[in-house]
Design a protein around this ligand. Structure first.
Ligand SMILES: NC(=O)c1ccc[n+]([C@@H]2O[C@H](COP(=O)([O-])OP(=O)(O)OC[C@H]3O[C@@H](n4cnc5c(N)ncnc54)[C@H](O)[C@@H]3O)[C@@H](O)[C@H]2O)c1
Length: 120
């Protein structure tokens, strides 16, 4: 298989600092794409440097964040060819040990229209 099947393509990954997101990023970089790594936290920043990727802070629940990132991708990379949504909240907490903020976060993150995410 041609290892550079994504050469010339720009791929944006959300939740890039997470377990699944960081693995996807390594694979996307290996396949030759121009990689944009995003997360609500900056732990992916160091890995972005290792992968010759660009890190951009992005909270997927915020429309203004999406607009900022989309504008920056367009300016710096041109067209966006692929979007991998891996942002999310993993982990199970017993209901009685949870709180309202955790619940609201859990329903805000699912992506409902392929680009922005908001409360269901
Ligand atoms: N790990 C599993 O076995 C598994 C199985 C099925 C589904 N999932 C789902 O896949 C997704 C990724 O799983 P994971 O194991 O990599 O989780 P993870 O917790 O390791 O990574 C999730 C990443 O999403 C980021 N994130 C959280 N809220 C965000 C927001 N509002 N905007 C942008 N980024 C945000 C976190 O900072 C983190 O880096 C989660 O939604 C999880 O529920 C995971």
């Amino acid at each position: 298989m041609n290892d550079a099947v994504l050469a010339g393509k720009t791929i944006l990954v959300t939740g890039a600092g997470g377990g699944i997101g960081s693995e996807i990023c390594r694979e996307v970089a290996r396949l030759g794409a121009r990689l944009v790594m995003t997360d609500v936290v900056t732990k992916a920043e160091a890995e972005a440097a290792d992968l010759a990727a660009t890190f951009m802070p992005l909270d997927v629940t915020r429309a203004d964040d999406w607009e900022r990132v989309a504008g920056r991708v367009e300016r710096e990379c041109g067209a966006l060819h692929g979007l991998v949504n891996s942002a999310g909240m993993a982990g199970v907490v017993a209901f009685l040990l949870s709180d309202a903020a955790r619940f609201v976060n859990g329903v805000e993150i699912p992506v409902d229209d392929g680009f922005t995410a908001k409360a269901q």
